[in-house]
Design a protein around this ligand. Structure first.
Ligand code: HAM
Length: 418
């Protein structure tokens, strides 16, 4: 073996992949019900997109990006998240000039150089959704309702949503001043990164993972107590609508999120059952990002669910995670003529939509039947010269052991009966 997979990455093995397919299909189907169309953007972007978009005081930009120079001397970064790319794509293709709201979803792999642990990878998968063009609290509430519906549909309805408001450019400067004054009193307890962040973006300190910073942050003034009237009313509007839709939530003033683009509503869906990395979904409003990246001022809001974490939650809940495909018929053959015939019949049945296998290794009948058993085939058929001459054979139901003699042309009808 040349090497092993890099730390923090994951192989999805053939016997597990159906779970991923099931979840991704369910997410796609649900997003269509909520009016989202899929967008696909490149795995890598120009580094400056994330520097500007995600924010250069965030852990992601400061510590976690996979950045390299390509052979043309450009600085390239493997996407650490999807939002900045979706905004870039919308601007590049003029999508925001069409009728609004513009609603897009995506299923992507993201890359962050973080310390791997349960539920935390260096390559991980996200399902995300973004809505552009509405500043109304109805939009925030609908998006949170969408995520709730996803969890409910996937059988993990007990995940709670925590919401907060972190204000807007109008109320934030005053709040930042209050934070600076508070953190300056505790500067000795802050980590070197947070000391640097103090001037530029004190909000970031509230999200630091360092224990000492966390302790200080717990006593800091709360954003929610320092909102302007507009932000306050917006947040009340979101809550009223969540109440009306029967979506329970808790207000958690500690949520600030790890990316710089957020304004007003932020939210996280947190599971208590999968260890330290319990945040399965994170999102919020980002009314300034489109303009930061060169577009006209456009309100926007979105979320992303981490699929590895979603799977952990589903496994813990014993939720249905799809079924692997089951072989409808295995055709064993004795001799060359039967081998040719078995392949022909298998192909006919596949054209009719069945999962059918025949021997492609020239194995003994015993070995073929053993393989059929391993496949878990529903039915088997053994072909020899007599069967070919008669144009019919005995199909065995592997569950009941019952045998039915059938013309080859009628095999589809028999397999179709469940
Ligand atoms: P985020 O909170 O950085 O937000 O990531 C969203 C979700 O991705 C997390 O809640 C978590 O489930 C998953 N996740 C993050 N990092 C890892 C990791 N290292 N390993 C496994 N899973 C991980 C965003 O990415 C924003 N773009 C969400 C958003 C969209 N906000 C507005 N629109």
């Amino acid at each position: 073996m040349i090497t092993t997979a890099p730390r923090g990455t994951q192989d999805v093995l053939p016997e597990e992949s159906y779970k991923w397919q099931y979840i991704e299909q369910a997410l796609t189907a649900l997003s269509q019900k909520f009016g989202f169309h899929e967008v696909r953007t490149p795995v890598f972007e120009h580094t400056q997109l994330f520097d500007r978009g995600v924010g250069d005081t965030t852990d992601i930009v400061q510590k976690e990006m996979y950045t390299f120079e390509d052979k043309g001397g450009r600085s390239i970064t493997l996407r650490p998240e999807g939002t900045a790319s979706v905004v870039r794509c919308s601007l590049e293709h003029g999508l925001l000039g069409r009728s609004l709201p513009l609603k897009m979803s995506y299923l992507i792999d993201c890359f962050r150089y973080e310390k791997p642990q349960a539920g935390r990878y260096r390559q991980f998968r996200q399902f995300g959704a973004e809505v552009f063009g509405s500043q109304h609290p109805a939009c925030d509430a609908e998006l949170i309702a969408f995520v709730s519906q996803i969890f409910e549909t996937l059988g993990v309805g007990d995940i709670g949503v925590e919401i907060n408001s972190i204000g807007c450019p109008k109320c934030r400067p005053m709040y930042h001043d209050k934070l600076r004054a508070y953190f300056n009193q505790h500067i000795d307890q802050l980590c070197p990164t947070c000391r640097e962040r103090l001037e530029k973006n004190p909000l970031r300190i509230l999200d630091c993972k360092n224990d000492s910073c966390k302790e200080v942050a717990a006593g800091a003034p709360k954003g929610i107590d320092n909102l302007c009237e507009e932000c306050h009313d917006h947040f009340e509007g979101v809550k009223t609508r969540l109440d009306a839709m029967g979506i329970s939530y808790t207000v958690n003033p500690q949520i600030v999120r790890g990316l710089d683009y957020y304004t007003k509503t932020v939210f996280e869906f947190v599971s208590q059952n999968i260890g330290a990395q319990g945040t399965v979904c994170g999102g919020g409003r980002y009314d300034g990002l489109v303009q930061t990246l060169g577009g006209a001022p456009t309100p926007a809001i979105g979320f992303a669910i981490g699929l590895q974490r979603l799977m952990l939650v589903m496994e813990h809940a014993g939720a249905f995670m799809g079924r692997d495909t089951v072989c409808d018929l295995y055709i064993a053959s004795i001799g060359e003529a039967a081998s040719v015939k078995s392949q022909q019949i298998a192909m006919d049945l596949r054209r009719q939509g069945f999962f059918c296998e025949s021997d492609v290794q020239g194995r003994s009948l015993k070995a073929q039947m053993k393989y059929a058993d391993k496949l878990g085939a529903r039915y088997t058929l053994v072909l020899g010269d007599d069967e070919i001459a008669a144009g019919r054979g005995k199909v065995k139901n592997m569950e009941t052991g019952e045998e039915t003699e059938t013309d080859f042309s009628a095999l589809g009808g028999l397999l179709g009966k469940r």
